[in-house]
Design a protein around this ligand. Structure first.
Ligand code: ADP
Length: 571
């Protein structure tokens, strides 16, 4: 049944306001009743519906409603409406009010005190459209206050007759509002806690999963930011990570809408083992982040830190493992290459010597001479190999020293060419040098070793009949030595790489060359990839430079630049 007032449903008889029969008892009973279901586990919407119904009944009002402030504190959302025509209720429930336009609510929220309006039509604080529409004659509005915060308002409206609210009514409505506030707070706490527990558990779980996932930490960080954003209803969030040098940061996980210029923001530095590694940032347009929210976000930041640290640990473990594997493989490859390199000349020597000792047929002097030359060349190869191996290991330790003395360059070149010519097997090794003396300060054995390696390579890599030229020039306080051949040359991108330890052309995965060793290219000469590395280390220890170039007419040239030494007569 409808009343003659639009939008207002027929309710229980309104007068007298507080029931005459034992009003005090009735009042206490209703309040106790409200307190009971406010503390129950009923859904909040149901509790609030019951509260507005009881509030209207207890104060003999025609309408009663509860309005809750949203997170921004700028809007009031209708959360329970009693006494309104069901046809209107749904529509009204979707109509939030702007606090800035509601003077009555503003006052209640600001003062946290109930307000009674006895003449709504003329009172400047009321919304005239609504007063006129509902025909309000008396109003009582009480704040819903809990733990010092205003959660919303409770309206009590008398429509059918003008009603003078007594002090007792005000006290009753205030008590009801308090119960409503408790119920709202409890329900929010419960749902917040439930949601938080789930989100924190998930975030913690993600931090753990990041460990198992290893490098796919970005996805986990993104999920964590999403959880953090959801937890505090932020508009967006980001985890920024600092680069290795700690100079610039990059977004590792971004969620939500981008940050407005005047958004409130909160930042948590992610400090891992004393080093700043990045930050978790969140932003929100509507309101600043309160202390409670900051505390919560700090937990997320903690989880993010754990995830990042896990990932870093994982990456470094991986790196460590990779290095150990590589070192192990290199060691094994190296040992097998060295034994192969040692065995070949040894087998040659053994073969020659055995034949010389017990020749199957009498040997001609010519053959004997060739066998002895063969032995000499194989021992030379062995000596060079052992020299290189020793230098290589010495170069890595403190045992390596340069014993600098004045060295005459002609003599140096001649010495190296003589040593290498045994291997050259009759190939021409030409020397080009000025007639005057050139001096450098250096360790003659080490410099000979460098030249021997360069000449040895020229002989090894260039075709058998092509000449090799060793040249020396002195200019501008420097001496340049070069070794040229007419071999295959060096791919331009390998011109510098060939000076790396174990690097051999055709095997870009230095230092391992296992496969290259197993399946050598058709004519790949044997080698360890150590010679040029040693050359560079030795020359640099002498304060010089060494590099390779391709000769336009074909072949390669290796250059050594050393500081020239002005030699006094006494030397
Ligand atoms: P190894 O000769 O034992 O392999 P090196 O360090 O002396 O080691 O040389 C490294 C690589 O550089 C060689 O494997 C070869 O591929 C390339 N190289 C060196 N000298 C020459 C050269 N004169 N001509 C062409 N390639 C060369």
């Amino acid at each position: 049944m409808q009343t003659n007032v639009p939008g207002v449903a027929e309710v229980a008889p309104s007068a007298p306001a507080i029931e005459q029969a034992g009003p005090r008892r009735r009042h206490d009973e209703v309040l106790a009743d409200i307190a009971r279901f406010a503390g129950s586990s009923l859904e909040l919407a149901v509790v609030l519906e019951r509260i507005v119904e009881r509030a209207a009944a207890l104060t003999g009002a025609d309408r009663s409603s509860i309005w809750l402030l949203d997170r921004s504190g700028r809007r009031l959302l209708p959360s329970a409406l009693y006494g309104m025509d069901p046809a209107f209720t749904e529509g009204w429930k979707r109509r939030p009010l702007n606090v800035s336009e509601e003077r009555l609510s503003q006052e209640v929220i600001a003062t946290r005190l109930p307000v009674v309006v006895h003449d709504p039509t003329n009172d400047p604080r009321t919304d005239k459209t609504s007063v006129e529409f509902f025909g309000d004659r008396s109003l009582l509005v009480a704040p819903l206050v809990r733990r010092g915060r205003v959660l919303g308002t409770l309206f009590i409206n008398h429509v059918r007759e003008h009603y003078l609210f007594t002090d007792e009514d005000v006290a009753t409505v205030t008590a009801i509002a308090n119960q409503a506030a408790i119920a709202i707070d409890n329900a929010r706490l419960y749902s917040d806690m439930h949601r938080l527990a789930t989100q924190l558990r998930r975030s913690f779980q993600l931090a753990g999963e990041a460990l198992a996932a290893g490098r796919d930490v970005a996805r986990h960080l993104e999920l964590m930011v999403q959880l953090a954003v959801d937890t505090v209803d932020a508009d967006g969030g980001v985890i920024r990570l600092l680069d290795e040098a700690g100079r610039s940061s990059y977004p590792a996980a971004v969620v939500g809408i981008s940050e407005g210029a005047d958004a409130y923001r909160v930042t948590f530095p992610l400090v891992i083992e004393g080093h700043p590694r990045g930050a978790l940032e969140l932003w929100r347009e509507t309101s600043a982040f309160d202390e409670e929210e900051r505390e919560l976000l700090a937990s997320f930041a903690g989880h993010a830190r754990t995830a990042i640290n896990h990932a870093r640990l994982y990456a470094s473990l991986e790196e460590e493992r990779r290095r150990a594997q590589l070192a192990e493989r290199t060691q094994a490859d190296f040992s097998s290459m060295v034994s192969h390199e040692l065995r070949t000349p040894l087998a040659l020597i053994k073969g020659y010597v055995d034949t010389l000792l017990r020749p199957p047929v009498p040997l001609s002097p010519e053959r004997i001479r060739r066998f002895i030359e063969g032995i000499s060349s194989a021992t030379d190869r062995l000596r060079r190999l052992i020299d290189n191996l020793l230098s290589s290991s010495r170069l890595e330790t403190e045992l390596f020293t340069v014993d600098p003395r004045p060295v005459e360059v002609h003599a140096l070149v001649q010495r190296a060419v003589n040593a290498a010519s045994v291997l050259a097997q009759g190939r021409e090794i030409a020397i080009q040098a000025p007639s005057h003396e050139l001096w450098v300060l250096g360790d003659v054995d080490q410099l000979t070793q460098v030249l021997e390696n360069l000449i040895g390579n020229a002989v090894k890599y260039a075709p058998g009949d092509s000449p090799v030229v060793v040249a020396a020039v002195g200019m501008d306080h420097h001496v340049w030595l070069s070794v040229r051949d007419q071999g295959p040359g060096i791919p331009p991108d390998a011109l510098d790489l060939i000076f790396q330890k174990f690097y051999r052309i055709g095997d870009s995965r230095a230092p391992s060359q296992k496969e290259a060793q197993r399946q050598p290219p058709a004519a790949a000469p044997p080698g360890l990839g150590l010679g040029l590395y040693i050359c560079r280390r030795l020359i640099e220890a002498h304060g010089g430079r060494i590099w390779a170039e391709n000769v336009p007419s074909g072949g390669s040239a290796f250059f050594v630049e050393l500081p020239a030494r002005a030699v006094t007569a006494s030397e």
